[in-house]
Design a protein around this ligand. Structure first.
Ligand code: BGC
Length: 354
């Protein structure tokens, strides 16, 4: 595995880039700053390799202003309403960084810390174990949380994320990966023609601040029904309260787990028709945030001079449902001492119509 310097984090720690490769030529570059997936090169139907994730060339750009490009998100992916929750009768106040709400771990979430990285190679492929110990009280969270995330690039073109955590005090945990994909390659155009299929028959409706609003909704008859292959852009302009509240798709889908909570199941299938690239998402998580890159507006200059305009990338963030610490009807995200948090998501790449 190749390893090189990616500069120095604001705290003075040296930051590295690790290049994972497999026999088929797939390549993932990962830095231990925020666990960011910097690039992911996968073949199209003609065997041409392109980078299918958005991001920057330099560490300074990630530090200065990044909408979580490629990052590991924690302690809590998505929002916690007003940055407040009660646990075992005690009220906790978290950093608020998204209007009045807490988003993606706060002001300095897991996407902005330097992880300890240990490269490995085994019969599954090659990868990196990233470890971070989040101190008690960080961003307002209770307990010392030891997080370990393993990235593995497999021989069959999958990038696997294995998450593990333990704590010394009860705390919410909801880790995810925030890569923005554009399977056409190099983030050169919008993602509206990508054809997606989601294994979800319900979604979490949200208010105008993206906090869950009322009970889970059936996708039937709504622009959120992706149970059959449908272009992302097919209904995104519809006059729909939920699309207005999300400014497009920015919603958590409740995955159909076939009656087996925690099982590794297919959550999403994505086809980019011009290149034939296919990405499948498999996860043990109950939910997946589908974000259609609504806040990209052409102000961020990405890799190799790319300008990321509106909806030039989409994210499929596998995780628990938003605001779970305040939503008793949602699966619990509370980790207690003596328990282990474990979660697996894999993104597998192939081609169609070769
Ligand atoms: C959120 C969006 C947010 C984006 C980038 C997504 O997970 O749901 O609302 O803009 O991350 O921060």
């Amino acid at each position: 595995m190749e390893r090189s310097s990616f500069g120095t984090a604001p705290g003075g720690q040296p930051v590295e880039v690790y290049t994972l490769t497999n026999r088929q030529g797939m390549e993932a570059r990962v830095t231990n700053y925020g666990g960011i997936l910097l690039s992911l090169r996968v073949p199209d139907r003609d065997g041409r390799f392109d980078d299918v994730v958005l991001g920057y060339d330099a560490l300074a750009d990630y530090v200065a202003d990044s909408p979580y490009f490629g990052a590991l998100v924690g302690r809590y992916g998505n929002r916690i309403a007003r940055g407040r929750f009660t646990l075992d009768g005690r009220q906790y106040t978290l950093a608020t960084n998204n209007g009045v709400n807490h988003l993606h771990g706060g002001l300095k979430g897991f996407d902005k810390v330097v992880w300890t990285a240990a490269p490995f190679e085994n019969d599954q492929g090659m990868g990196l174990v990233l470890t971070y110990v989040s101190p008690d009280g960080e961003e307002g969270y209770p307990g010392t949380l030891t997080a370990r995330v393993t990235y593995t690039l497999t021989a069959d073109n999958a990038l696997v994320f294995d998450y593990h955590s333990t704590t010394d005090s009860p705390t919410p945990v909801n880790l995810t990966q925030h890569s923005y994909f554009n399977l056409a390659g190099d983030g050169q155009r919008d993602i509206l023609d990508h054809v997606v299929t989601f294994n979800a028959d319900r979604f979490v409706p949200i208010d105008a601040t993206s906090i869950p609003l009322g009970p889970l909704r059936d996708v039937t008859g709504t622009p959120f029904d992706f149970r059959r292959p449908t272009a992302i852009g097919a209904r995104i302009q519809q006059d729909d309260e939920q699309l207005r509240n999300g400014i497009g798709y920015d919603h958590s889908l409740v995955l159909d787990k076939g009656g087996q909570p925690g099982a590794l199941t297919l959550a999403a299938h994505v086809l980019e028709p011009t290149t034939g690239r296919v990405m499948e998402v498999h996860t043990t998580e109950p939910g997946m945030q589908f974000y259609s890159g609504n806040f990209l507006d052409g102000t961020l200059k990405g890799k190799r001079g790319a300008v990321y305009h509106h909806r030039f990338g989409f994210a499929l963030e596998t995780q628990h449902l938003p605001d779970s610490p305040n939503q008793p009807a949602f699966p619990s995200t509370i980790l207690r001492p003596g328990e282990e948090y474990r979660s697996r998501t894999l993104y597998r790449f192939s081609v169609s119509g070769a």
